[in-house]
Write a protein that binds this ligand. Structure first.
Ligand SMILES: NC(=O)c1ccc[n+]([C@@H]2O[C@H](COP(=O)([O-])OP(=O)(O)OC[C@H]3O[C@@H](n4cnc5c(N)ncnc54)[C@H](OP(=O)(O)O)[C@@H]3O)[C@@H](O)[C@H]2O)c1
Length: 239
């Protein structure tokens, strides 16, 4: 049995990875700053507290780890600014523990979006690509949860926002997890770059309609522009 560490194993993507890994019969250790309550833990997984940014608990958390999947995330502020450095710390810890492959989850074409969040994601992907360790960078399209979250957020005030000229190829976190685990278990010493996209491209209008029908929401679908650099990225179909 291979011991797989999932850095950020309590997050949205990380939890799907932990679930997939347990189902596939591997040994899995989730690393995060906070431990989930017992009822939120996935049976068969080990949960270990470690802060990759602060460097606490890291040596113990990495002991015996054979392969690593990094689904760590930071959305804003100092944590986001530190994200590329934190990724460097993950790679250093992996080198110390002689991990044989490190797999990073990032966002497709992140380097082509001017937003700080995307630039941080691109920077951490570069650190994996440049690492002397054997790595796989998995660049995924937007998760279903992200799109559904945008619609649900708007629906609270009666409007389902359908960004004009924007299409998405959303993917389930379960499908992303399957790709990440397959990459973690890939043999060989070659570093890899893999794209993971959902089964179909849909306009925001189409997705809004599907979401409204599926949830029974009474909110109105409202076509609207999305201001700023994210709009340019999306309208160019880079996502
Ligand atoms: N959302 C999308 O549509 C999308 C699409 C493609 C790719 N992605 C990628 O998916 C990745 C994961 O996103 P997500 O939404 O699953 O993230 P998330 O739900 O915010 O989870 C982040 C995880 O990282 C842990 N974490 C944060 N800082 C840490 C630290 N210093 N040390 C140890 N653990 C730490 C968190 O636990 P604690 O807070 O307890 O530490 C949590 O387990 C992102 O980086 C992004 O590149 C997202």
């Amino acid at each position: 049995m291979v011991l797989i560490a999932v850095v950020g194993g309590t997050g949205l993507a990380g939890r799907a990875v932990v679930h997939h890994t347990v189902s596939a019969g591997h040994q899995v250790r989730s690393l995060s700053r906070h431990l989930p309550a017992m009822e939120q833990q996935i049976g068969g997984a080990e949960y270990v507290q470690a802060d990759l940014r602060a460097g606490t608990g890291v040596t113990t958390a990495f002991a015996g780890v054979e392969v690593l999947i990094d689904t760590l995330n930071a959305s804003s502020g100092a944590s986001l600014r530190a994200l590329p450095v934190t990724s460097g710390a993950v790679l250093n810890a992996a080198a110390q523990a002689e991990v044989r492959r490190c797999v990073l989850l990032t966002i497709v074409n992140a380097g082509e979006c001017a937003m700080g969040y995307y630039q941080a994601q691109a920077a951490r992907a570069r650190s994996y690509e440049k690492s002397k360790l054997t790595t796989t960078v998995v660049a995924a399209t937007q998760f279903h949860n992200l799109v559904a979250g945008i619609f649900a957020g708007g629906a609270k005030i009666g409007v389902i926002p359908a960004f004009m000229g924007v299409s998405v190829q959303p993917i389930s976190t379960a499908d992303v997890a399957a790709v990440l685990v397959a990459e973690a278990l890939r043999g060989g010493r070659e570093s890899e770059y893999v794209l993971a996209g959902g089964p179909a491209v849909h306009s925001m209008q189409e997705l809004a309609l599907m979401w409204k029908q599926a949830t029974g929401s009474k909110a109105l679908i409202s076509p609207m522009p999305l201001p700023g650099s994210f709009d340019a990225f999306l309208r160019a179909g880079k996502n």
